[in-house]
Design a protein around this ligand. Structure first.
Ligand SMILES: *[C@@H]1O[C@H](CO)[C@@H](O)[C@H](O)[C@H]1NC(C)=O
Ligand SMILES: *[C@@H]1O[C@H](CO)[C@@H](O)[C@H](O)[C@H]1NC(C)=O
Ligand SMILES: *[C@@H]1O[C@H](CO)[C@@H](O)[C@H](O)[C@H]1NC(C)=O
Ligand SMILES: *[C@@H]1O[C@H](CO)[C@@H](O)[C@H](O)[C@H]1NC(C)=O
Ligand SMILES: *[C@@H]1O[C@H](CO)[C@@H](O)[C@H](O)[C@H]1NC(C)=O
Length: 393
């Protein structure tokens, strides 16, 4: 063979490659659901022979209308084969379903299918850990997603320094746990966690804001909770965490506009909650029963926003118990005043009577002195003076 012949063959080979280019299709299959890998051919003969390979391993063969399966997870659509449809149905997709598939019909390769498997993010949570870290997590995700933290107002990622752990669980899916240290002036920030799937098909966001309230017993307390602007939420849930135990207090559903309350003395203003203000009113809280961490959680599509408020209710003089205390104090003061008044009165009477006796003695002496020239006046005066003596003794 000459060199020119070789060259011609090479060119022909290139042309044949271009002309008979076998299509390659990408399909994203959802974990635990069914998935169709497409393959079509031109039906031109009665007997059809179909083979499906996964990474060059034969997984299904149809020959002379007899189907032989390697495993029970892949099927053909028998009713549509005569129409040229050789698509493969993969039942109940799992991690092992991913890879490169080849569809061969009548000894000719029709299609390559690149199947990816994705277990979408279904949930996102954000919370503070008992040790004070801020934790964001999800689970049963595949492939491992991308995690991003940010704050409002924004800080550099160097200041945030998140630590992220991901690992497979039993079924080959991944859990994600990412933690962040709180900033020193933590109450000034909103912490935002963003988990995006590897193929960018979805992005979930959870945010957390921390607050503190100290209030005294006996008066109604309003714990503020406002949804971010333009945040469409489907539910609002209030919980209380005391001594590492979390209980639901109240739940609001924005579709039914229904509030379900699990605790007495708590109230939500249903008119305000429609507008995004889910503030909770505690009626006459008592420190020992109502102090703790109150969390209000707005949940929307692929978003969550939490406001966590440390509520510290202190004993106070203005409280219900102190009303009785105040009454006691008043009674004691009144009693003391009464005692003082009585003492004063007695003292005054005694002083008066002593003075009257002295006056009477003086009068007698005066009378004796004045016997020589008696006058009407002193007598009248003495009579006047002696009269109250008689009545008071
Ligand atoms: C083959 O048939 C299945 C089942 O009806 C259908 O879902 C699929 O789209 C068809 N594929 C092609 C390539 O026509
Ligand atoms: C496919 O190839 C095999 C041998 O590799 C042959 O026996 C069979 O007849 C061929 N089938 C068709 C439809 O060409
Ligand atoms: C936070 O406070 C600690 C000690 O009070 C200090 O060492 C640290 O540098 C502060 N961190 C920031 C980010 O300001
Ligand atoms: C989350 O991260 C993804 C990927 O970086 C980005 O496209 C998306 O806008 C982010 N979402 C939010 C709410 O920050
Ligand atoms: C809550 O849990 C943390 C860590 O698990 C523990 O150190 C702390 O003592 C617990 N607090 C209470 C009140 O049980």
């Amino acid at each position: 063979m000459s060199k020119t012949h070789n060259g011609v063959y090479f060119v022909l080979w290139i042309i044949s490659l271009v002309e008979c280019k076998i299509p390659e299709v990408r399909v994203n299959c959802i974990f635990s659901e069914d998935c169709i890998l497409p393959c079509s051919f031109t039906p031109n003969r009665a007997d059809v022979n179909i083979q499906w390979y996964q990474q060059e391993a034969l997984i299904l063969r149809l020959q002379n209308a007899g189907e032989r399966l390697r495993n029970g997870t892949v099927w053909l659509f028998h009713d549509h084969i005569s129409e040229g449809n050789a698509s493969l149905l993969v039942k109940h997709v799992d991690i092992r379903s991913k890879g490169r598939y080849k569809c061969v019909v009548n000894n000719a390769t029709q299609t390559y299918v690149i199947a990816t498997v994705e277990a979408p993010i279904r949930v996102i949570s954000i919370d503070t850990t008992p040790s004070g870290l801020i934790q964001c997590s999800t689970k049963d995700v595949y492939p491992p997603p991308m995690v991003q933290w940010s704050t409002e107002p924004s800080l550099t990622s160097a200041a945030l320094q998140p630590i992220t752990r991901m690992g497979p669980n039993g079924k080959g899916l991944f859990y994600v746990e990412t933690v962040l240290k709180q900033q020193n002036n933590s109450l000034e920030y909103i912490y935002v966690c963003n988990i995006t799937s590897k193929y960018g098909t979805q992005s979930w966001t959870a945010s957390l804001q921390l607050k503190e309230i100290t209030d005294s017993e006996g008066q109604d307390l309003v714990i503020p909770c406002t949804a971010p602007k333009n945040f469409k939420f489907s539910t609002l849930v209030w919980t209380l965490t005391e001594a590492n135990k979390t209980t639901e207090i109240l739940k609001y559903d924005s579709w039914t506009h229904k509030t379900t309350s699990f605790r007495d003395h708590t109230k939500l203003d249903e008119e305000n909650v429609v507008k995004g203000d889910g503030s909770l009113t505690l009626k006459k809280p008592v420190g020992s029963d109502h102090s703790g961490i109150y969390t209000c959680a707005f949940s929307g599509i692929k978003t969550r926003h939490l406001i966590q408020t440390h509520v510290n209710i202190t004993y106070s003089r203005h409280g219900k118990d102190s009303t009785a205390y105040n009454l006691w104090m008043l009674a004691i003061v009144l009693g003391l005043l009464a005692l003082l008044a009585v003492t004063l009165l007695i003292k005054r009477c005694k002083a008066k009577s002593k003075r009257s006796q002295e006056n009477a003695q003086a009068d007698e002496e005066m009378q004796r002195i004045n016997t020589d020239k008696p006058t009407e006046e002193p007598q009248a005066e003495s009579k006047l003076m002696t009269q109250p003596l008689g009545s008071s003794s």
